[in-house]
Design a protein around this ligand. Sequence first.
Ligand SMILES: [Zn+2]
Length: 238
Amino acid sequence: MSTELLFRDDAYRSTASARVVAVHDRGIELDATIFYPQGGGQVGDTGVLLRENGERIDIADTRKGDAPDSILHVPAAATRQPDVGETLSLEIDWARRHKLMRLHTALHVMSCVVVAPVTGGNIAPDKARLDFDIDMSLLDAERIERETNALIARAVPTETVWITDEELDARPELVKTMSVQPPRGSGRVRLLRIAGIDLQPCGGTHVVNIGEIGAIRVLKIRSEGRRNRRVEIALADS
Ligand SMILES: [Zn+2]
């Protein structure tokens, strides 16, 4: 059973209603959701599912299910399960998600300041990182912070564009992330475009204008193995 992915068209939607289609040991499946499942380095959303009788089902994590576009809402321990067919009101922890969106979009911008293959990445609410295959001597925290913030200050809108698998195959330079290839097979691939700055495949949640990031600070740069240099950032205001 696939879930309608409401966050894909509107990352700013923080409430919705949906029907329960299955309840598994691993989590609750709905016919539609605003909860982003862990993926592309971004952690899964948390929040609450409200039953019509007012009962709260706290959601501690969101994961992908086995089927394509199936999403599992993982209840907190000792929470009651809903019934199949029941309609629930969905609310994500918006303050947490908005930080994830700002940090995620900041990584897109930073990946244009550090020009090197990306070997990994992670986005949590308090900090985010990218790993690069690059020589340590080429990484200067002060320069990365200054140049990333200068790009953010341009306040350029972000936009989602879709291309076919064939178009992506013809433009391999779009794929910066060696460890995470964009999903194939559905015939089309979602890209995030930041005009004049970045264009790359991404299924994550982003802010509509990079100005909304505010500014970032580089927390640290360290070596994580022979080919991995990790650059960790946080939002300047958190
Ligand atoms: Zn992205």
